[in-house]
Design a protein around this ligand. Sequence first.
Ligand SMILES: Nc1nc2c(ncn2[C@@H]2O[C@@H]3COP(=O)(O)O[C@H]4[C@@H](O)[C@H](n5cnc6c(=O)[nH]c(N)nc65)O[C@@H]4COP(=O)(O)O[C@H]3[C@H]2O)c(=O)[nH]1
Length: 814
Amino acid sequence: MEYLSYPKDISPLLSQKAFLALFHASPCPIVLLNEPGCILKANEAFCAQFGFTSTAIIGKNLNSLFLTDSQREEGEHVDTTIARGMPVYKETIRHMADGTPLQVHLSAIPIMHAGRLIARMAVYWDITPLRTAERKYRDIFTHSVEGIFQTTPQGRYLEANPALARIYGYDSPEELINDLQDISKQLYVDPGRRDVFLEHMRTRGRVSHFESRIRRKDGTIIWIAEHARSVYDSEGKPRYFEGAVVDITQRKHAEALLQASEEEYRTIFETTGTASVILEKDERISRANSEFFRLTGYGPDHISQGLYFEDIVAPSDRKHILHAGTTGPEYCLTQTGPHELCIRTIGGDIRDVVVTEATLSGSHRKVVSLLDITERKKAELMLRHQAFHDPLTNLPNRFLLMDRLEHAIRRAKRGNNHFAVLFMDMDRFKLINDSLGHIIGDRLLTHMAAKVRSCLREEDTLARFGGDEFVILAEDLRDPPQPVRIAQRILQGLQTPVEVNGNTIHISTSIGIVLGSSRYMRAEQIIRDADTAMYRAKAMGKGCYAIFDEDMHTMAVQRLDIENELRKGIKHRDFVLYYQPIINLTDQSIIGFESLVRWNHPRKGLVGPDEFIPIAEETGLIVPLGEWVLFESCRQMNDWLQRFPSHQEMLIHVNVSGIQLKQAGFPDRVRTCLQTTGLPSRCLKLEITESMLMSLEDRAVTILDAIRKQHVQIGIDDFGTGYSSLSYLHRFPVDTLKIDRSFVLGLDKNNDNAKIVKAIISLAHALGLNVVAEGIETARHLTMLGSMRCEYGQGYHFSHPLPAHQVAGMLGRA
Ligand SMILES: Nc1nc2c(ncn2[C@@H]2O[C@@H]3COP(=O)(O)O[C@H]4[C@@H](O)[C@H](n5cnc6c(=O)[nH]c(N)nc65)O[C@@H]4COP(=O)(O)O[C@H]3[C@H]2O)c(=O)[nH]1
């Protein structure tokens, strides 16, 4: 304490100018006290700090001035220490003049002279802000939710706050500091992670967002993010690292989930098979999948340069999207839910797509999917076309024509349409088709279609109605003769022969014309009348036209009546069978009977088959009627066989229509009939007309084979009238030829007929068939046929067709 060893009296010091200047200029509050502790001097800083005036405190005892009762003891302790010549340095509380406590650092220094205390000096330093700040930062350190640490570069903890202990699973920071001796090994899960941390510290002096997996005290693994910096010593060497730690495990889990869902979403987005895009609020495409790029030809570059949904919509469909914003190219899809749209690819191709939109939740963005249905649309169009067009000629078919006709009728009823229907049937088409083959037949139909089309106006409908039938619907006619002029043009146009595969073929058609009138309610009625007129035209000769008139109408009505009555007749079984014997021409014995149906009409009496069989065939009623005839014939023949045992070899010839033959399962029905009636199959012969047989073509062979397998015989009826070539005969599995009665009746008058009959008989024999001659009316017929070696015959010369009971009498006598 030499520097404070002053002369015995302090007064000289107090009067030294230099001391006083220094005393007063000091920013630290200082008081100079005499030995009893009374204030000799107080500097300005003291007065200012504690709120005293210098004059008011000079001479006052400092302890009495400053200390509260509770501080008396402390004051005495300081005094005692000072009295022993020892300085006192301590933090304590001193109160200002107004009583406000201040935290101060007190330096109480004895001033000695010759080993004796002569004065003392007290220096105060207000440390209230310092301690407040310290407390504040300590609080932050202690209560922070982030872990705060100081570690040595070697990997030991110097400091850790409670939050860090909590994050790492320790009960207290102290436990953490004691336990974690080597951060590198004990804390980080991934080997080398601490090295990365140290490398950052070395090169940059800090880390931020340094994310690592760490092992907690209980072994569980969590994710943390560290922010830390190096603190260096005066030589620039790192003294320690300090920083903060945040537990980011939940965020990492959330991120992982998000990433997984993002992955899932991306996979779905990419593999959905549908072109998909994400549209921003302004309809800009911000993302697209590879299917979109494949469909549209656009690529990722177009997206990044700014591609709007409108850019891919075909101009024709842009009206379906609506200008939605006021600034920028903002467009939005106007429809929600799946809807069809045409898009234009980068190459300019137009494709049909089904658009489906979904708004992404919580945003204005949308996912728009475009399902390419171009091929499906094409297929639909094709199917629609096929459904309404004939594949051979590409003309409208029956359905389309009927639809247009219904429409024409409705317009006519409103009074703004005069129309006509022309029904055409190619003459002799069947003959040509059968003799020259289908390919040529098809070529002729195509030729006819083109020829007729060229005779019509653009707006007229020409339809292929089926087979060789064509129908024209001519609308908005100016005058009644116009359809006639159309018919004449067609007939004239067809006069030029057609060259097909080296064949020169003359074709013609018969045309039935119906003028549209208000009495027609339905398209079928018009077609029916046009068909009737066409038959009239055919009857007039080939290449004619006929206009449907009232007579025809009457006939058509009569025909309709017959159809209705026939229906009833079948229901009521108003039919009877007559039987005409078939004779062995050599010994004139009866070898069997042909069953011939008659209609026992309630008003007209017995009606012959020519009057109703054609109508039954047209309407399909021949099927139930024919079934009855077959059953009744077999039943009757079996009855005779039972009653007349000497006639065991008799056959029953039953006429079968081609319509019946075409019915699925006809051979099975024959078998059932034989089983039900008990007639032996060898006693049944089915007669099919030559023309029916030809129309069945190859199918006939299969059906007849199935019938013959049951040992039922087959005969060709009306042979010679069906335009068939004799050379076709060998193709059909038949047993008998029946020469049409027109040839037999003319035998004695026409030498040509005799030649034909002779040729037919020889051919039949050559093919192993037997022959039945129909229509033997005279003994001369019989003689001639005998000389031609015809085995069998039937006709009025032997017997008219007879009712069953008369046949029984005949058999009884024979
Ligand atoms: N001028 C003349 N005619 C003779 C003579 N002998 C027989 N006839 C007639 O010639 C027809 C022979 O029958 P079809 O050629 O099978 O011709 C039959 C056959 O094609 C058809 N038909 C008759 N019954 C049936 C049947 O049950 N089903 C089918 N699908 N058609 C039948 O009706 C046609 C006509 O039968 P019908 O009027 O009974 O006429 C019978 C018969 O009465 C004769 O010496 N001179």
